[in-house]
Design a protein around this ligand. Structure first.
Ligand code: AMP
Length: 209
């Protein structure tokens, strides 16, 4: 089973991916996490993408596609793609890539959330440095899961959030057209408790398991 999880920044893709991964035994591939790890390691790639990401711009398609290809070709189990594809060119490349590996997309899940809620979530979220868990509660001093240090993402500033939403509308929303009539597309209301969102995702995945 290979799944694409779509949705604007802050829709809950990371949170839901962690849950899907545990229940369906899939490999979670977050292209944002991969890029942030490159930045943290100080690699040449990290240096190349650091400013683009902080400003809320997309990393160029060619680079992103080759990064994803390197990860996906070594995956021995099904995958959850979180944050890829973000452009129609990436969606086309992904289809070709999977075909070459004898795989195909099983489901495209879009987590839908009103923009007002997105801004509220992104403005208050922090992440754990150690385990990546998201904290939405400003009163929490450390990660509730592992006690790790919490930090604010470099691109969760008001200007960057605004720009990321513009980029999402311009470049990523059209990707929905690409999948909408594939018979694999499902839209889920993300403006409900995490467990309810997951229940809906789980139901839609049971059909293709
Ligand atoms: P995310 O953690 O998915 O919100 O991604 C954080 C940032 O990484 C994005 O705002 C982009 O700058 C970059 N990024 C992640 N995935 C992609 C992608 N598929 N294409 C281009 N840029 C990406």
């Amino acid at each position: 089973m290979n799944i694409i999880l779509m949705g604007c920044p802050g829709a809950g893709k990371g949170t839901q991916s962690a849950k899907i991964q545990a229940v369906f035994n899939l490999k979670h591939i977050s292209t944002g996490d991969v890029l942030r790890a490159e930045i943290a390691s100080g690699s040449a790639l990290g240096k190349e993408v650091k400013d683009l990401i902080a400003q809320g711009n997309l990393v160029p398609d060619g680079l992103m596609i080759s990064i994803l290809e390197n990860i996906i070709k070594t995956a021995t189990q099904g995958v959850i793609l979180d944050g890829f594809p973000r452009t129609t060119a990436q969606a086309e490349a992904l289809e070709k890539m999977l075909k070459g590996l004898g795989r195909e997309i099983s489901k495209v899940i879009m987590i839908d959330l009103p923009e007002s809620e997105v801004i509220k979530r992104l403005s208050s979220r922090r992440l754990c440095k150690a385990c990546g868990k998201i904290s939405a509660n400003p009163a929490e001093k450390v990660c509730v899961a592992c006690g790790g240090e919490l930090y604010t993402r470099a691109d969760d500033t008001p200007e960057s959030i605004k720009h990321r939403l513009e980029v999402y509308r311009r470049d990523t929303l059209p990707v929905i057209n690409y999948y909408e009539h594939s018979g694999k597309f499902v839209k889920i209301n993300g403006n409900q408790p995490v467990e309810n969102v997951f229940k809906e995702i789980e139901n839609s995945l049971e059909e293709v398991k």
